[in-house]
Ligand binder design. Structure first.
Ligand code: ITT
Ligand code: NA
Length: 221
């Protein structure tokens, strides 16, 4: 049984559509979010910690909102910023900017305590990162599926497989009452994520893209 690890019920509602019925259970576990400039190391370390806690295969989901005009802030700090400032004030700050473009990113980290067969694409990243991923490090990364080096915490031998999803949009005044988190202030294609139902959000979202990649890999691993 796979554990989908999150304290956030909104994520579970979205993820359910991608994960085979009866084969997944939610694990309400708050793993340590290591300090990092990007989501990969957080998801990788979180997956290891959750695996050791659960002693069963786990999938962790780390996400964030990256505002272009703020150089990607709040990014990996999105949860802290939502709790402290709140989304209305994030919108207020963004409304002062010329560039209100933003993106949601989601990184899923899978760990089952075993290695993964070497593949030509060991880290399955979002489209926008494809060019960066094709660099020398990615080429050499055949035996390791994660981004441990960037976490700065020393090598942890437990392999983690990462899946990334990305969606572009812009920050707008809050609209809609669906979804969760920053959804009311994130507009994509003329609608905020809070104005979309779950299926519509999944069809375009960062989480939907990452889950689609995961589900495909998981089905024929
Ligand atoms: P877990 O870590 O327990 O899964 P969390 O809500 O803290 O729950 P994240 O750290 O991944 O999850 O989320 C960072 C912030 O981004 C947090 O404030 C979320 O509400 C928000 N967030 C994540 N995914 C989102 C989405 O699809 N739409 C809107 N906000 C989202
Ligand atoms: Na979190």
């Amino acid at each position: 049984m796979l554990r989908y690890v999150t304290t956030n019920p909104g994520k579970v509602r979205e993820a359910e559509r991608y994960l085979p019925d009866g084969s997944v259970e939610r694990l309400d576990f708050d793993y340590t979010e290591v300090q990092a400039g990007d989501l990969g190391p957080i998801a990788a370390q979180g997956a290891r910690e959750a695996y050791r806690h659960a002693d069963a295969p786990v999938l962790v989901d780390d996400a964030g909102l990256f505002v272009e005009g703020l150089d990607g802030f709040p990014g990996p700090y999105s949860s802290y910023v939502e709790e402290t400032l709140g989304i209305e004030r994030v919108h207020d700050i963004a409304s002062e900017l010329d560039d209100r473009r933003a993106a949601f990113r989601c990184t899923l980290g899978y760990c089952d305590g075993e290695g993964f067969a070497a593949s030509p694409d060991p880290v399955d990243r979002g489209d926008r990162d494809a060019a960066a991923a094709a660099g020398p490090d990615a080429e050499a990364g055949g035996e390791s599926d994660d981004e441990d080096g960037a976490a700065g915490g020393g090598a942890d031998p437990l392999p983690v497989k990462l899946f990334e999803g990305y969606v572009p949009g812009r920050i707008v005044a809050p609209r809609g009452d669906g979804g969760f988190g920053y959804d009311p202030i994130f507009e994509h294609d003329g609608e905020t994520f809070a104005e979309m139902d779950t299926d519509r959000k999944n069809a375009v979202s960062h989480r939907g893209r990452a889950l689609e990649k995961f589900a495909e890999w998981y089905a024929d691993r």
